[in-house]
Design a protein around this ligand. Structure first.
Ligand code: GLC
Length: 798
């Protein structure tokens, strides 16, 4: 046992014994002899907030991450005092706070340990910064695993790793490189098949150590601010992630086109080049919904201006592109060029909206336009002004989405790549230095952009994408994983990053397909697009230094593979949209790492490559050149190989053959997968049938399909269509019950049903208990069945 005195010796300070406690509705305050206060708040039966101060009082409670609308309220709260500890009991957990040293111990109701403080809360006075480095350490148990933390480019299971959270412009980052662009100080622990989560809501530079420094200890600490964290109890990883996502917020639905394929490059210009690219997509019949303008569309990289030599009439161009189904998305960076003739600069200067150094002058730094000043997006008035700047781009010119970049914030030609620490921020009325505001800067920029685009796009939905983000950014924006590299290793990284972002509440994410830096081979590009179409955000982007990265920059075979997979994405749009709906409704991640999918199966704990796309499709990318297949783990249950329709039983690792124009994709037995016809862009075609691929299973399986007007806000008034199919398969029959919710009447009138794996020949069909005329020869020829969409029960008999 280490005593307090020994520890103080090392420079760390610890709470001493509790001298009093007080309850205030859902919060309990514990006061120690040495002025530490722990405020413990029960937000829900399985969600507790721990807040510590060493000052003897708490500063203003303010967080950018927490969503105001989060669920709050518990069923049971009881506080008792025992000889050595205080006990807080809810409907789900028991938490004990030790009187002697303020350490906390959390148990489930059966008394199993969920999480115990090791040293617990402690701190070190920082002479460099003033204030404290606040620290927490937890005992880690044999076999415990860790997941989450946003965009980390390392193994899914974080056990043995130490990570750092400090938003950084990390061009051509490497595997294991730290820190990266985003900051999501949230992780899940899994032990004895029980999951819990920790969200350390502190925007200073934070660190997490998962049994790296000491084998039995997990710790997290920060260069300032408060020890302020939330504990989530599972026991399912689903419970933890959905509860974290509820706390930090969910996005609204994006317009359906935003789930289509996007094409980007640094940069497409002039107008003729943009048109060549879009025309080529249509000519080659590769679906595409969005085209991006990178920084060269601007006049000298001044945001909200156009280079009139390259783009003489942006409004005309944007509308011509729109007629061809392309939505135009433009980049907007935070650096505002210092130029007395430039209206945005002048306005911000007049209104005093730029960030300042501690001693008074404006924060000045070099970015693309040269010397710039930077709006302080942590000031609500600045955000409001910024939102207003989008009027011309969105209302007048017709731009449909905005891409926020360099918002870590990035500064060029300085060793720390960002602002100096002394820069001042408003922080919504809680003035602070850049040390505290750094990690949130990008999110506040994206938030201001979102409000602007939304205001002027209304009644249509906005689309925003950001590079930097802090927890909660998902309420406003999608994101991409930053400047990756055209290498096989980066394909591996992209797969992990996007899965990890998904279970970290920020699901609408993708990577630069093909790699941003350097040149992918045709094979690498093909393998990347095969994975990328299964990412919630799907965009090819490249730095343009090395030539072209449009599908036709590669040979015919690669073009065909690209078309085949982008077509598949467009067919799966209703499935993807349904995943998105479940994300915004329930907080369910759109991609599920295998461990999340089945935490009962310990074989999944160290898997990286395989993931579940939505609820019923298993995907495993090919991550090596010259592959004819790969070994992969198939989770328990029955799965159909998407390409061969052969069924396999999971729960084991196996070799899966995979030609160059395939990657392993499996569909869960019993699933009903909705598909649209291939369209060159969302809304191109009207169609009279929703295709349903029905994968036979002996037993039951539920599948759902969410649809609405694909844009606009009527869905919030109940104008959506939610189909829920209950399939029951028996030896010689299939029964499908359909339940419909919502007031939206979809444009199609029929389902076109395609049966896969049916072990019997169809002899008889009943719809709502009435036999229908069924031509078995026609069925044999076509292999599908057309039935009206309004049935309640479809009964297929052999
Ligand atoms: C940054 C972005 C990249 C963009 C480039 C030029 O490197 O990450 O996506 O193309 O800046 O704007």
């Amino acid at each position: 046992m280490i005593t307090n005195t020994e520890l103080e010796y090392k420079g760390d300070l610890y709470p001493s014994k509790i001298v009093s406690f007080k309850q205030d509705v859902d919060s309990v305050y514990f006061y120690t002899e040495n002025n530490v206060i722990l405020k413990l708040t029960v937000l829900r039966d399985s969600l507790i907030r721990f807040r510590y101060t060493t000052k003897g009082y708490f500063s203003n409670d303010f967080s950018y991450a927490i969503d105001e609308g989060h669920s709050h309220g518990y069923n049971h709260l009881e506080i008792t005092e025992e000889e050595n500890y205080y006990q807080i009991t809810t409907n789900k957990i028991i938490c004990k706070i030790h009187k002697i040293d303020l350490r906390s111990f959390i148990y489930d109701l059966k008394g199993n340990v969920l999480l115990e403080d090791e040293l617990g809360f402690h701190w070190e006075e920082s002479y460099e910064f003033g204030g404290n480095i606040v620290k927490m350490s937890k005992a880690s148990r044999e076999g415990e695993c860790f997941y989450g933390l946003g965009d980390k480019a390392t193994q899914m299971n974080l056990k043995g790793k130490r990570v750092e959270n400090f938003a950084t412009d990390q061009y051509a980052f490497q595997k294991e490189q730290e820190p990266l662009y985003k900051v999501v100080p949230f992780y899940l622990g899994l032990h004895n098949k029980q999951a819990y989560g920790i969200f350390f809501d502190n925007t200073f530079r934070t660190f997490f150590d998962f049994c790296h420094e000491r084998r039995n200890v997990t710790s997290f600490w920060s260069d300032g601010g408060e020890m302020n964290y939330y504990f989530f109890y599972g026991p399912k990883m689903q419970d933890v992630v959905t509860s974290y996502t509820d706390l930090t917020g969910k996005p609204e639905l994006p317009p359906l086109w935003a789930l289509g394929y996007h094409q980007c490059k640094w940069s497409y210009y002039p107008e003729s080049n943009v048109k060549e690219v879009t025309a080529k997509f249509r000519e080659l019949q590769i679906p595409c919904d969005a085209i991006y303008l990178d920084i060269d569309y601007m006049d000298g990289f001044r945001c909200f201006t156009w280079n009139k030599d390259y783009f003489p009439d942006p409004k005309r161009m944007v509308s011509e592109l729109a007629q061809d189904g392309f939505k135009t998305i433009v980049i907007i960076d935070p650096g505002i060029k210092i130029d007395k003739e430039y209206w945005v600069y002048k306005e911000a200067l007049e209104k005093d909206y730029f960030c300042k150094r501690a001693d008074g002058p404006y924060m000045k730094g070099k970015v693309w336009p040269g010397e710039c000043n930077f709006p302080d997006y942590t000031n609500p008035e600045v955000r409001e002004w910024w939102a207003g700047l989008f009027k011309e781009l969105i209302s007048d010119i017709g731009v449909k989405g905005v891409w926020n970049d360099m918002n870590e914030p990035a500064v060029m030609e300085v060793p720390n790549k960002t602002f100096p620490n002394d820069v001042r921020h408003n922080y919504d009325g809680n003035p602070c230095s850049h040390r505290k505001a750094h990690n949130i800067y990008g999110t506040q920029m994206a938030r201001a952009t979102y409000h602007g685009v939304k205001r002027f796009a209304y009644p249509k939905r906005p689309f925003i994408i950001t590079r930097s983000a802090y927890s909660g950014a998902q309420r406003y924006t999608s994101s991409w994983t930053g400047d990756n590299v055209a290498s096989w290793e980066h394909l591996w990284i992209a797969n992990i990053q996007v899965q990890r972002m998904s279970i970290s509440g920020m699901g609408f994410t993708g990577s630069d397909i093909g790699g941003f830096a350097e040149q992918p081979s045709g094979e690498l590009y093909a393998r990347w697009i095969q994975l990328g179409v299964f990412h919630p955000f799907c965009r090819t982007h490249s730095s343009g230094d090395h030539g072209n990265q449009e599908p036709w920059a590669f040979d015919e075979e690669v073009i065909d593979i690209t078309r085949k997979f982008v077509n598949l994405r467009y067919q799966l749009l209703p499935y993807l949209y349904t995943m998105f709906w479940q994300y915004i409704e329930e907080g369910t991640p759109m991609l599920k790492p295998l461990v999340y999918f089945d935490q009962e199966d310990i074989q999944t704990y160290y898997r990286n490559d395989e993931f579940i796309f939505g609820n019923q499709i298993l995907v495993c990318p090919i991550l090596e050149p010259n592959s004819l297949g790969r070994r992969m783990y198939i989770p328990k249950g029955e799965w159909y190989n998407y390409w061969t329709n052969c069924m396999v039983k999971g729960g084991k690792e196996m070799w899966v053959d995979s030609k160059f124009d395939e990657i392993p994709v499996f569909v869960k037995a019993g699933a009903i997968i909705p598909k649209y016809p291939v369209q060159q862009y969302v809304g191109e075609l009207e169609f009279d049938e929703l295709m349903l691929d029905v994968y036979y299973k002996e037993g039951k399986e539920k599948s759902v399909v969410y649809e609405d007007a694909q844009d606009g806000y009527d869905y919030k008034k109940g104008r959506f269509s939610f189909l829920s199919f209950q399939l029951t398969g028996k030896e010689k029959e299939i029964n499908i019950q359909l339940h419909k919710d919502g007031k939206y009447d979809t444009n199609y009138s029929n389902f076109k049903i395609n049966f896969i794996g049916l072990p019997f020949e169809i002899k008889k069909i009943e719809i709502d208990n009435e036999e229908i005329i069924f031509d078995s020869n026609l069925f044999k020829e076509n292999q599908y069945l057309i039935v009206p969409k309004n049935f309640n029960v479809l009964h297929i008999m052999g």
